[in-house]
Ligand binder design. Structure first.
Ligand SMILES: Cc1cc2nc3c(=O)[nH]c(=O)nc-3n(C[C@H](O)[C@H](O)[C@H](O)COP(=O)(O)O)c2cc1C
Length: 378
């Protein structure tokens, strides 16, 4: 995974790479997400027959080869022309679930038809509620397996690096960016050969925002509805009438409230540190949230997963599965669909190996007896 980050950094113009890395304020939470995993230690049990390890599980009723799925991320065609289609195909080939972002650069329909495996659609609630109804109807038509509402973004986080770099939709490079682009001809070629990059699912809808050339932060801030509440969630769950997940939960009280409304899964997430800086690492929040709602609700986790052992620490603390964001974007930038596939293969191989090293044949046999807070602070 670390190699893919280095490769992505080499392949992308600086401002584009920094858009992946971007985090809120001082990036304290982004660092904390990864650092916190190092404060837990695992203890394996040995002389157990682990010749038949099976890391598969189900997420909202869909079987996955391992407990890692794709987190929704915006505008993937910026990083490589394979974009969301490449990521969805790689996820399908790796036997896992794909999530399409509401801010994606590929349509709900194109992704719906690209694979016949399970996929989620992630919703942001736009000011124009017609867009929301339209999203849900289109997902139903395309047989998406679940909807996922992201709740940690009533307003956009303060990503100063994006503001300094003047990230726009569709992306345009300023003078410094031009020099950068000249140094990355392969990226420029891929970028120029594809149709205009914008938030197609939003711009395809009548009366949609989509103003060309708008600063990303202004566009999103002006269009995302900050007045969304639990009542809207209740309406969405009823209107969709199928498997539903809420992403961005960070408090046991919110987890309980979501459970009362009937969501099937929650994702403990701080958006990879891109929203509220100062938010706790998700791995530290996980046990109290699991205790509040599992097993009635499946608890997933993202933010900071970089290794198979990170996933297994989350499973040991009661998570059903994890999502990855930046790791697959590094793979996409480095090698398109094949790069994403490689990232997924690597993390799945780590999970398989580490499960055996823990003395477990299945995820079910991994519990809190295998994990403790490290005695020595890192
Ligand atoms: C470039 C980028 C774009 C993202 N866009 C979205 C998005 O559109 N919707 C969403 O719910 N989360 C979005 N996220 C957050 C991810 O879904 C996920 O929570 C986060 O990346 C997990 O942390 P990680 O990157 O450390 O794995 C984005 C993250 C990144 C890095």
């Amino acid at each position: 995974m670390h190699d893919f980050r280095r490769l992505a950094r080499r392949r992308l113009p600086r401002v584009i790479f920094e858009a992946i890395e971007a985090a809120a304020d001082d990036a304290w939470t982004r660092h904390r997400n990864t650092d916190a995993f190092a404060t837990y230690e695992l203890s394996g049990r040995y002389l157990v027959d682990v010749s038949n390890v099976d890391p598969s599980t189900t997420i909202l009723g869909e079987r996955v080869a391992s407990p890692v799925m794709i987190a929704p991320t915006a505008l993937n065609r910026v990083y490589h022309p394979d974009g969301e289609l490449g990521v969805a195909r790689a996820a399908s080939a790796a036997g896992t679930i794909y999530s399409l972002s509401a801010a994606a650069s590929t349509s709900i329909e194109a992704i719906g038809q690209a694979t016949d495996t399970a996929k989620w659609f992630q919703i942001y609630v736009w000011r124009d509620r017609g867009i929301l109804r339209d999203f849900i109807d289109r997902c139903r038509e395309q047989r998406y397996s679940a909807l996922c509402l992201t709740v940690d973004s009533p307003v956009l986080g303060n990503r100063e690096i994006d503001q300094r770099n003047g990230i726009q939709v569709p992306p345009r490079l300023r003078l410094g960016g031009m020099i950068e682009a000249a140094m990355h001809p392969r990226w420029v070629q891929g970028y120029l050969r594809q149709p205009r990059i914008d938030m197609v699912n939003v711009t395809a809808t009548a009366g949609a925002p989509g103003a060309a050339g708008a600063e990303l932060s202004d566009l999103v801030s002006s269009q995302i509805d900050a007045s969304v509440t639990w009542r809207d969630l209740e309406w969405m769950i009823g209107y969709w009438n199928g498997p539903f997940a809420v992403k961005g939960i960070q408090h046991p009280g919110d987890a309980r409230q979501a459970a009362r409304l009937g969501v099937g899964a929650i994702v403990v997430s701080n958006h990879g540190g891109r929203q509220l800086d100062g938010a706790a690492a998700t791995i530290d929040l996980l046990p109290s949230i699991v205790d509040a709602v599992a097993p009635d609700v499946e608890v997933l986790l993202d933010s900071g997963i970089r290794r198979g052992t990170d996933v297994l620490k989350a499973i040991a603390l009661g998570a059903r599965a994890c999502m990855i964001g930046r790791p697959y974007l590094y793979g996409l930038a480095a090698g398109g669909e094949a790069g994403v596939r490689r990232v997924l293969d690597l993390i799945q191989a780590e999970i398989y190996r580490d499960l055996a090293l823990l003395g477990c044949n299945t995820l079910d046999s991994l519990d809190r007896s295998a994990i403790a807070r490290a005695a020595i602070p890192t």
